[in-house]
Ligand binder design. Structure first.
Ligand code: UT7
Length: 331
């Protein structure tokens, strides 16, 4: 569906927060059997951030949300809807969205968490936009927020080198035609749910001494299979979303992909015939921050002057589930 004509909901503000503590590849050399050279050449990542012991997922979210409110010049009480995407909430319940709502004084917001792993912020953006279209909600905030440093096994070099902590927020406002979603493409494939998972801690394997001993509360991933899926699905889905907007890949001014691996991004750029200058890349600084990755990259792209009025900006993500999603925005 091309939604361009009916659209009057636009992005009114963005903001992100990353914890101060920096963990470089050289620091990782002292923890696991790896090298800066291996990590840089295989992933593009040079350093990532880790939250302080006092920080929980909602703390990162609140700091990103505060910046987005300032950017949009909006009073917290104006927010009608808050969706938080995260793989590691403060608690199983209440939702991290409710906790963040209280921290930010967003008294009038309806709040819930959304689980779609690295695709979470894009899913949230589209869910928020759709809910706004079918309700009297005028202003919504979505936040992707992650603390990976507590769910990776620091003895597993396959995963601990990849991820970083951070949060990014986006505010949507009704009555704004510019910076609006003009098309989308989303999908899920539960038959590959085992490719990235945290096996224990839920109803399938509640926490026991054994689940802790067996390290089943940490992320497990079949990296190579996820890599192949990401390369293929991102290209396919970007093309589908563009087609729905009656655009072609030549119309893309900036592609903002989920910051997982530079090799994935380069392969996607090649397949889409996009020069690297048209791809937002900041994974060297933050690693893979999952649901936070796209809101952080979007905010940085804006502040670095990479987006101008009228540009076609495409957001593209993939992640556990498996899930994927693409959103085309006319800026
Ligand atoms: O947000 C979604 C989350 N997931 C992803 O984005 C993951 C997508 N996948 C990837 O990014 C890549 O598959 C990885 C970066 C995870 C791995 O890169 P790869 O080129 O697929 O490497 P590999 O797993 O095939 O491993 C190649 C070699 C292996 O050694 P052998 O078997 O060839 O002797 C690994 O044991 O590299 C070894 N290796 C490492 N060596 C040094 C794996 N991790 C490391 C490491 N340092 N950190």
């Amino acid at each position: 569906m091309n939604k361009e004509n009916s659209n009057n909901i636009g992005i009114a503000g963005t903001g992100f927060y990353i914890p101060e503590r920096i963990l470089t590849n050289f620091d990782l050399e002292k923890i696991v059997d790896t090298t800066d050279e291996w990590i840089r050449t295989r992933t593009g990542i040079e350093e990532r951030r880790t939250a302080s012991d006092e920080e929980a997922t909602s703390d990162l979210a609140a700091k990103a949300g505060e910046k987005a409110l300032k950017d949009a010049d909006i009073n917290p009480k104006e927010i009608d809807l808050l969706i938080i995407a995260t793989h590691f909430p403060d608690h199983h319940f209440p939702s991290t969205a409710c906790i963040t709502q209280h921290k930010l004084g967003m008294k009038n917001a309806v709040c819930f968490d959304l689980s779609a792993a690295c695709t979470g912020s894009i899913y949230s953006l589209y869910v928020a936009e759709s809910l706004m279209k079918n309700s009297n909600y005028k202003t919504a905030m979505i936040i992707g927020t992650e603390i990976f440093s507590r769910t990776v096994d620091w003895q597993d070099r396959n995963t601990c080198i990849l991820f970083g902590d951070g949060a990014g927020a986006i505010i949507l406002k009704k009555g704004q035609k510019e910076k609006s979603i003009i098309s989308f493409d989303f999908g899920s494939d539960g038959s590959n749910a085992d490719l990235i998972k945290i096996p224990a801690g839920g109803s399938r394997l509640p926490p026991t001494i054994n689940t802790i001993r067996n390290k089943q509360h940490y992320i497990q991933m079949e990296g190579k299979k996820v890599y192949r899926f990401a390369k293929k699905m991102m290209v396919h889905s970007v093309n589908k979303a563009l087609e729905k907007a009656e655009l072609s890949r030549k119309d893309i001014d900036l592609l903002i992909p989920h910051q997982a691996n530079i090799r994935i991004l380069k392969a996607v750029a090649k397949k889409l015939h996009l020069p690297l200058e048209k791809i937002m890349i900041n994974l060297q600084k933050y690693g893979n921050t999952s649901a936070a990755s796209i809101p952080i990259a979007l905010d940085e792209a804006i502040s670095e002057g990479k987006i101008k009025e009228g540009d076609i900006v495409v957001l593209t993500a993939f992640g556990a589930g498996l899930t994927w999603g693409e959103i085309v925005i006319r800026w």
